[in-house]
Design a protein around this ligand. Structure first.
Ligand code: FES
Length: 120
């Protein structure tokens, strides 16, 4: 899930990143890893923008793996670290890269609610 609400994906807030290119890179990586990318509306975590949430596959979810919320995805390095993890299968399949761990944050109840709304 790649947030493209009012703050994420905005050239006003993050003028130095090519938001469209970021979405393309993540989409290609997700497909290569057997997943997909959905652009969402605001996930109520704007302080962390740009926000990307990696949602494990159903088997990994059943095994207790939780969605991984990643903030400050505002440069090519972080985009490519996430993309590389996606191509290797992502959460629950291969270990979390250190760069992702650094940018990971714990979602609030409001964040999780917005994500659930997006998934329904
Ligand atoms: S615009 Fe992405 S969390 Fe609000």
């Amino acid at each position: 899930m790649v947030c493209r609400g009012g703050d994420c994906g905005s050239r006003h807030k993050h003028p130095d990143i090519d938001h469209r290119r970021q979405l393309e890179v993540l989409r290609a990586a997700a497909i290569e890893g057997g997943g997909r990318v959905v652009a969402s509306r605001c996930l109520d975590a704007c302080d962390h923008s740009n926000v990307v949430v990696l949602i494990p596959a159903s088997q990994e979810l059943a095994n207790g793996e939780a969605p991984v919320w990643i903030g400050q995805c505002n440069d090519d390095l972080s985009t490519h670290e996430i993309a590389a993890w996606l191509t290797r299968g992502g959460p629950g399949v291969t270990p979390q890269p250190v760069a992702v761990e650094v940018q990971r944050f714990h979602p609030s109840r409001a964040n999780r609610h917005e994500l659930e709304e997006e998934l329904t």
